[in-house]
Ligand binder design. Structure first.
Ligand code: 5GP
Ligand code: ZN
Length: 142
């Protein structure tokens, strides 16, 4: 049956296409940034290319500048929350990748002990997301 053989939908492609909800921080022709739904810390966001690729090595070199420009712009936004952050890429299941659409994590740090080892991550609430988006955009036009 078709339903059994169809490739599983990519949740990030669904978000990019607007078919799945997400708290968007930024978007342009080539990239989208949105809040992680199970944030390690306040303001944890993901930067993705609109084009579905699994691995960073699948990007065309012509896509590097646009992708990096969005990462840098998101770092500027995160500076409003904290000047300390991790930029992370989990590449491959054994490295912890669970969504196979390329994404860089931007994880603000506030002095907490290793947040990556937390046994439980709370799902982002609408209220918290609205407050985070307000802080990320504070003082900017977009
Ligand atoms: P990975 O381990 O693949 O590098 O990270 C995937 C990230 O995507 C995780 O931090 C997870 O919380 C996040 N994530 C998974 N599904 C969704 C979703 O539907 N919406 C959002 N905003 N984030 C998601
Ligand atoms: Zn995808």
């Amino acid at each position: 049956m078709a339903a059994d053989t169809a490739a599983p939908a990519c949740i990030f492609c669904e978000i990019i296409a607007g078919r799945a909800p997400a708290y968007r921080v930024y978007e342009d022709d080539a990239t989208v940034a949105f809040l992680d739904i199970f944030p390690f810390t306040r303001g944890h966001l993901l930067v993705v290319p609109r084009r579905h690729v699994d691995r960073i090595t699948d990007l065309d070199p012509s896509e590097y500048p646009g992708f990096l420009a969005t990462v840098a712009e998101m770092c500027r936004r995160v500076d409003r929350l904290s000047r300390h952050y991790n930029v992370a890429l989990n590449q491959g299941a054994l490295a912890g990748q669970i969504v196979f659409h390329l994404h860089l994590h931007l994880i603000p740090r506030y002095g907490e002990t290793n947040p990556f080892l937390a046994p439980h991550r709370e799902r982002l609430t609408d209220m918290e997301a609205a407050a985070v988006l307000r802080d990320l955009h504070a003082g900017s036009a977009g």
